[in-house]
Design a protein around this ligand. Sequence first.
Ligand SMILES: [Cu+2]
Length: 165
Amino acid sequence: MKSPVIAISALLSATFLLVGCLQSPLLHHADAASKARAAAPRELSQCPLTFSQAGLCASLDWVKMPAEEEKGEFTLRFWNQNQGTANGPYVDPGQTVFVKLFMPAMGHGSSPVRISQVKDNAGSSIPGIFDVSEVYFVMPGAWQIIVQLRNGQQTVDQAILNVEI
Ligand SMILES: [Cu+2]
């Protein structure tokens, strides 16, 4: 027979973990956003996000930092590692672009983002430039923005940007 004490203790620690995650004393999103802004200066690297399998680089520029109750938005631009620069020419990555927000220390993600290819004034898609909106981090701390190139369900390549929220 199972000891009820063990069962209760397991339940208590599970509850404790949940509360610990939800009620972080650091959970002030306005503050988090200003910290993130300070921690994420313009990336000067030649290849801020490196997709080694695909031979691509990408840059990530915030359009709007996420703040309390306000979702953020950023722009992804892809170029050929050997032929382009951060200023272009931008190229279609040739796979489906997928973005995942992940908090590695706690092993959880956040709500899904929305990704759309940026269009010109005539309504045609501009190759290699994507708008990523509805970017929301459920709590402050160390997060990863994981940019994946997918072929169906399969992740062909990925690059990770660490952000402190
Ligand atoms: Cu967490």
